[in-house]
Design a protein around this ligand. Structure first.
Ligand SMILES: Cc1ncc(COP(=O)(O)O)c(C=O)c1O
Length: 441
């Protein structure tokens, strides 16, 4: 929101409030022994305030909630200046595709915007079923179910499948939606070192017999690190110990595999080897929502039992139309995926040539550049913006301070010139940040 928008809105709000105040009864003020709670007394609030104060004191502006006036393809306009954007999940560069916007317009004109009810009780539309069939066909699973948020998809699936007396083995770097789903499920959980299936196997060897059901949760392409697990090893584990395997493909469908079908395609594994394939619509598919794909019984369980499906509205008309069209575009033009692969490979060789550390990332669409200090990562990100590149930092506590990083999201339409210029500038600014901060601290 621009400054002007904000003050217009505040003025409007004050006027409305005044109007309302004249109609409202005067509140009775009872004396309470309890002080009124203040949000600012919460520890979480204090942590935020402290981090902001530290940034201000060191003269480093916050890079978060950096507002864009416009964003299209590989470019964004921020503070009136056009920059190359490396901070978007629009991996396949479809967000402004004419067919996508046309599909949304046509759908909204004929169906309205919202489906206005839970699908179970009035919100079901023909296009929901058609869309889910499309996902299942694309992935090679028996069924797929779409929910209104990717976050809610993990959360609800885990809550539905496991509970007290069960165990979830989860990769230490898995997404928060998985961890929160585990928490609410009441199942025990063990977080294993990142990608370490040997550790997980040892743990299961000793503890499997203590649990009824066990679920192993991993991701196809890790969003902070840009690396992938050895899927076959986790499949072997699930077979040996009789567990389920959930594969979160939020960042890998549309990105991994020759035709974008995700980690199974990338590592040549039949999708029916994985019990639960989870995906989001907010990344390669330029929409909002999530889905679960797998066997027909999984679909039934989710449709009749998952809280985020049963007690939430069905996927909206424009969100379904956009995602459905994006699937069609991906299917008809897998060349976009090939371009992303090429860019990932070239990014890495260029970065390494400049002495930049991309840690364990593979040659894919997510590329971290390790800075090793949260404050310097923020400074470099701000300085990059000044030079025309929007790259966001990932800092403590999201990652340990010593692995604070910049995270580049690649998009099929980035040019090698964009990437070369961004990486050369990054290398120069990292070197500058070291001298700058040895003086400041
Ligand atoms: C691995 C992973 N899973 C799930 C989600 C949640 O998806 P959404 O943002 O579409 O709600 C994200 C979001 O970034 C993610 O990175």
């Amino acid at each position: 929101m621009t400054q002007r928008h904000h003050s217009d809105l505040m003025a409007q709000l004050r006027a409305t409030q005044k109007e309302l105040d004249t109609d409202l009864p005067t509140p009775t003020r009872e004396i309470s022994a309890w002080p009124q709670p203040q949000f600012s007394d919460l520890e979480a609030y204090e942590r935020i305030a402290l981090a902001q104060a530290a940034g201000t004191q060191l003269g480093v502006a916050s890079p978060f909630f950096r507002a864009m006036e416009k964003s299209e393809g590989t470019k964004a306009v921020i503070n009136g200046k056009t920059c190359v954007n490396f901070a978007s999940y629009d991996y396949l560069s479809l967000n402004h595709h004419a067919k996508l916007t046309q599909a949304v317009t046509t759908a909204v004109e004929s169906q309205g915007v919202s489906v206005s009810a839970s699908r179970l009780v009035g919100g079901q539309r023909d296009f929901h079923g058609e869309f889910e069939e499309k996902i299942a066909r694309f992935l090679g699973t028996e069924d797929a179910v779409a929910l209104v948020s990717g976050y809610l998809t993990n959360f609800s699936a885990i809550r539905t499948l496991v509970g007290e007396g069960d165990l979830v083995m989860v990769d230490a770097r898995a997404h928060n939606s998985i961890y929160e789903g585990i928490r609410i499920s009441g199942a025990d959980h063990v977080s294993f070192p990142h990608n370490d299936w040997v550790w997980a196997a040892d743990y299961l060897e000793e503890n499997r017999q203590n649990y009824r059901q066990v679920l192993i949760a991993i991701e196809g392409l890790y969003s902070m690190d840009g690396d992938t697990p050895e899927l076959q090893k986790f499949i072997d584990l699930k077979r040996k110990f009789g567990t389920w395997l959930l594969l979160d493909e939020a960042h890998s469908i549309g990105v991994l595999g020759k035709t974008g079908r995700g980690l199974c395609e990338e590592q040549r594994i039949a999708p029916d080897q994985v019990d639960i394939i989870m995906g989001t619509l907010s990344k390669s598919f330029c929409s909002c929502g999530g889905f679960l794909a797998g066997r027909a019984e999984l679909g039934e369980l989710i449709r009749f039992g998952a809280p985020g499906f049963v007690y939430s509205v069905g996927l909206s008309v424009p969100n379904t139309a956009a995602a459905s069209e994006a699937f069609d575009l991906l299917i008809s033009d897998p060349e976009r995926v090939a371009r992303l692969h090429t860019l990932g490979t070239q990014f890495q060789s260029l970065a390494h040539g400049l002495g930049l550390d991309t840690a364990d990332a593979g040659p894919y669409a997510i590329q971290p550049v390790i800075i090793g200090d949260s404050l310097r990562a923020v400074w470099v990100s701000n300085a990059l913006l000044d030079e025309g590149f929007n790259v966001l930092p990932i800092i403590a506590p999201a990652v340990p301070d010593q692995s604070a990083r910049l995270r580049f999201f690649l998009n099929a339409d980035h040019s090698m010139d964009d990437i070369t210029a961004a990486l050369e500038t990054t290398a120069r600014l990292i070197a500058r940040s070291k001298t700058q901060f040895s003086r400041t601290l």
